[in-house]
Design a protein around this ligand. Structure first.
Ligand SMILES: O=C(O)CCC(=O)C(=O)O
Ligand SMILES: [Fe+2]
Length: 314
């Protein structure tokens, strides 16, 4: 294998800069953050993730799961991206393996309340020093077996290293169902660079072999430096929030009869950053919700538009 070009991640967020620990201590002394928040910020800086156990109660999670099983009764409102990348509407109470329900929060107030729940927006607000914009969400019914990666490779926003993700367990996650695996601290490693120093992989330009090289590089480095990954054996309602450069993957599904429902959302700063699709989807727009915003590259969210159906299917 050729030696991959690597580069240091741009320290776009204050938490990634050298003076972040001093900043956290100052905030603590000035009463800007609580002890618990300071501990979370320290952990996020060191490990690239935090876990919010039991953020949602059983009733809240059950209500979303109940809602999910009925989406196919109004299929045109919802989009599933299938394993091969094609898009279709749901046609039954269980979405097929490897499919992802896209931007569910647009039509589900419950999902919106989850991805923009106060403890999540508060933490993101501390990192961004402005409100967060939730801009791309994937809801999984089964383990994804998503190969090893950092989200910056696929999800593009500008500036790039302001991306964040939350992942909410919508049921108790059983071993063998494709539980999430991640490498604490891996967000501080240099980034794999694609052509011209790009940090995102472009299917058409870079092609599959480069992607294979990327995953090999990440796996080899993780094995050598990080050791075994941590597995997220979440209880329903637990949340993990991770850094754009945290290396993670979906483990193998060895019990395919078991669901692994989870709701993933991506975020960037609402005022000083933009998802890339704002460049090509002319109806992209942000809507306020609670203490943040949401947008979608599938739905027309411009003011005054009340169309619940997706308008951009690519
Ligand atoms: O939920 C999983 O298994 C991982 C999904 C993931 O990391 C992604 O889609 O970016
Ligand atoms: Fe990911």
């Amino acid at each position: 294998m050729d030696v991959a070009a690597i580069g240091n991640p741009p320290a776009q967020m204050w938490i990634d800069r050298d003076d972040a620990p001093a900043c956290i201590e100052r905030w603590l002394q000035d009463g800007v953050v609580s002890d618990e928040e300071a501990a979370r910020l320290r952990q996020f800086r060191e490990d690239g993730f935090i876990i919010l156990p039991g953020l949602f109660d059983a009733e809240t999670v059950a209500a979303v799961c109940d809602e999910l099983q009925r989406l196919y009764l109004e299929p045109d409102k919802y989009l599933l991206r299938m394993r091969k990348g094609n898009i279709r509407h749901p046609d039954g109470p269980f979405n097929p393996p490897k499919s992802r329900l896209l931007d569910y929060y647009v039509n589900s107030e419950r999902a919106r309340d989850m991805v923009l729940a106060e403890p999540i927006t508060r933490f993101l607000q501390l990192l961004y020093r402005e409100p967060p914009l939730a801009f791309q969400s994937l809801l999984f019914t089964w383990g994804t077996e998503h190969s090893i990666h950092a989200d910056n490779t696929y999800i593009v926003c500008d500036p790039p290293c302001t991306l964040m993700a939350s992942w909410i367990a919508l049921e108790d996650i059983e071993p063998g169902t494709g539980e999430l695996a991640y490498y604490p601290g891996s967000h501080r490693h240099p980034l794999y660079l694609f052509k011209d120093g790009r940090i995102e992989w472009r299917h058409q330009e870079d092609g599959k072999p480069v992607h294979v090289d990327y995953t090999r590089f990440l796996q080899e480095r993780a094995d050598r430096i990080d050791g075994p990954p941590r597995l997220f054996h979440a209880r329903a309602g637990d949340v993990i929030i991770w850094h754009a450069n945290l290396v993670h993957y979906g483990t193998a599904v060895t019990r395919p009869e078991h669901t692994r429902r989870s709701l993933l959302a991506h975020y960037c700063p609402a005022d000083t950053a933009r998802p890339n699709y704002f460049r090509f989807f002319d109806r992209a727009c942000r809507r306020p919700w609670r203490d943040g915003y949401y947008s979608s590259r599938r739905y027309d969210l411009r003011p005054g538009i009340e169309n619940p159906y997706p308008v951009y299917l690519k």
